[in-house]
Write a protein that binds this ligand. Structure first.
Ligand code: PRT
Ligand code: MG
Length: 227
């Protein structure tokens, strides 16, 4: 993209549909920004806001870091699970100024009910682990000294232990309902997850005056409330 294109367009923020979009709306509201359209209904991928200087683009959750790193979006919001995997391939590619404390969950190891995980680990067995979070899984098991064969999946990880694809999965868990519904149980927590604001490194310099009020408002709105 030419520099001219980048400077004349409104600030562009990349979001994924679903929980991140929904939990970002109150933060935008706190910054005085209203979003007229719901991407679930309108199917539009570029969404205007009440602020002519800010538009939203709707992308897959895993693609948010890519849009922001390459400057197609100036800023974006993504889960730490996704950012952690992206950073493994592109270290330092994104500026991550604010933990927004939204879309909270945890990254965990889960197995089929009745699978003796402790024994499998103790006996030094080679564990087959299916996950979308290959980097986090590799680091977790390496730190424990457990040998693993990692199987990369893009979704529905919960199925893998049920059909014999893997002994264990590494996935994000929030209520735990999906694990329970599929006769799985979490046996280890890897890390707590929340979503962060990420900013393109060049935009941070060239568009700081426009970014600053948004960053300030997000920072204030995302503080855990003091009782
Ligand atoms: O869905 P898609 O394949 O497009 O991508 P995605 O799953 O990465 O996106 P999305 O929108 O589902 O999640 C975006 C971000 O929300 C993730 O990157 C996490 O940081 C965060 N988040 C918070 C979650 C959950 N909670 C969550 N529960 N992401 C996914 N889930 C899944 C979970 O894996 C399970 O399969 O939702 C299902 C229900 O969870 P339970 O535990 O409440 O039953
Ligand atoms: Mg999902």
């Amino acid at each position: 993209m030419s520099t001219e294109q980048a400077l004349t367009r409104p600030l562009t923020m990349a979001l994924s549909k679903g929980r991140i979009f929904e939990e970002t709306l109150p933060l935008l509201k706190a910054a005085g920004v209203h979003v007229a359209e719901n991407p679930e209904e309108s199917r539009k991928l570029i969404i205007a806001t009440s602020n002519p200087g800010l538009r939203l683009i709707i992308v897959r959750a895993s693609d948010v870091p890519t849009y922001v790193e390459y400057g197609a979006a100036d800023l974006g919001i993504a889960g730490k699970d996704i950012l952690n995997e992206h950073a493994a391939e592109h270290p330092g590619g994104l500026y991550q100024p604010i933990d927004l404390n939204i879309a909270k969950c945890r990254l965990a190891v889960a197995v089929k009910n009745g699978f003796d995980y402790a024994a499998a680990v103790r006996q030094g067995n080679r564990l087959r682990v299916a996950t979308k979070f290959v980097h986090a899984a590799r680091e977790h098991f390496a730190a424990k000294g457990v040998y693993v064969d990692l199987i990369k999946l893009y979704g529905s990880m919960e199925l893998a232990p049920l059909v014999g694809l893997a002994d264990a999965i590494v996935d994000v868990v929030s209520t735990g309902n999906t694990l329970r519904a599929n006769d799985l149980v979490a046996v280890e927590d890897i890390m707590p997850i929340s979503s962060r604001l990420v900013v393109n490194r060049a935009a941070l310099k060239t568009r700081y005056a426009e970014l600053q009020p948004l960053l300030d408002a997000f920072e204030r709105a995302s503080q855990p409330s003091v009782a």
